[in-house]
Design a protein. Structure first.
Length: 349
């Protein structure tokens, strides 16, 4: 494949440095995981599990699909890779404890760029008390040309029950923590080359490069009695659909309530949308990679700080199977009306 050229960085390439020297460079930037008894350097790490259970999740980022080196720095990619996994841990109601990283890269990959990736991983995980505790590196096939980064995150439930996608019940409320549409808006700006948009696009581009999941909102929701939860990585309509199907219910999104949370006060989504001729609600409903959290709560629950009600849960019937509706309209019809081309991201499609 042909990939965009990355900026030159001092420090040579992976081929010139060698595997073990590269690992030493990366480990030096890993940070310290509070739960780790044994970190990088042995055949495996040892991570304490006070709860007796381990939450584990993995995401794979592929150059050209999830990031471009001419659009994002290595530090950006490290932040993004960590966030995608740490948000999944939070969506289970857990607190992140450690990261494991698998890296496949061409021999000509600049060492400096990989050091930046390590810095980004450490910077995203560090404030949560987590860090990279191990992993693996391998040379990618020279003709592939792409960097592949696989990150596994571990987490601790702290005695709480895991919050699954399958626990929503009719009569409950649907709530959101975090922002939506910003990453998709930033991606649209990058694809247009930022021309004709102006300075208001900077925040959206930054959000695409470095999402800001509401990590603390996950454990807080679990403590407050959340019955189902997931992170919004593929798009609100798509991920709400996953929750609805897993629970066998209908998720009813209130368009006005969602707009009040996601689009008020007016900001980059309005401004960039106007410049690009895009309804910002299309980004809010179908844009992914912001890693907001979506959860259901009993109707009488007191929602933690940072959570806002955007809808309700209804029973699925023979005529209305499990799925998502926005103001009474099927999700697919809403996405089509907005010109979104689908309810969210679907791999292999």
């Amino acid at each position: 494949m042909t990939r965009p050229a990355a900026p030159d960085r001092p420090g040579g390439t992976v081929a010139g440095l060698g595997e073990f020297a590269l690992i030493d460079r990366v480990v030096a930037r890993a940070g310290v995981a509070r739960a780790a008894e044994v970190g990088p350097g042995d055949d495996a790490a040892v991570v304490r599990t006070p709860d007796g259970r381990v939450v584990a999740t993995t995401d794979v980022l592929v150059e050209g699909r999830h990031f471009r080196r001419d659009w994002s720095s290595g530090t950006d990619v490290g932040h993004k890779a960590a966030a995608a996994n740490l948000a999944d841990v939070a969506a289970m109601g857990a607190v992140p404890t450690a990261l494991l990283v698998g890296l496949a890269c061409p021999p000509d990959t600049p060492v400096g760029w990989l050091e930046e990736v390590a810095d980004g991983l450490a910077a995203e995980a560090g404030p949560l008390g987590a860090a990279v505790v191990g992993g693996d590196t391998v040379a990618a096939a020279p003709d592939s040309g792409a960097v592949v980064l696989s990150v596994t995150a571990l987490g601790d439930l702290g005695g709480r029950r895991p919050v699954l996608r399958s626990g929503a019940a009719p009569g409950e409320v649907l709530a959101l923590a975090g922002r939506l549409g910003w990453s998709a808006c930033g991606l649209a700006v990058l694809r247009r080359g930022c021309s004709g948009v102006g300075g208001e696009a900077i925040a959206a581009v930054r959000a695409h490069r470095r999402p800001e999941p509401p990590y603390a909102a996950g454990p807080a929701a679990a403590t407050a009695g959340a019955t189902a939860m997931c992170d919004v990585s593929d798009g609100l309509l798509a991920d709400a659909g996953h929750l609805a199907v897993a629970s066998g219910v209908v998720v009813e999104i209130d368009g006005a309530a969602l707009a009040a949370v996601a689009l008020d006060p007016p900001g980059p989504l309005h401004q960039v949308g106007a410049a690009l001729g895009v309804d910002p609600m299309a980004w809010v409903l179908t844009g992914g990679e912001d890693h907001a959290l979506l959860a259901t709560f009993p109707a009488d629950a007191r929602l933690p700080a940072g959570w806002a009600v955007i809808g309700a849960v209804a029973a699925a019937t023979g005529d209305l199977g499990a799925g998502v509706r926005v103001d009474g309209r099927p999700a697919a019809a809403v996405a089509e009306a907005l010109g979104a081309g689908g309810t969210g991201h679907v791999h292999f499609s």
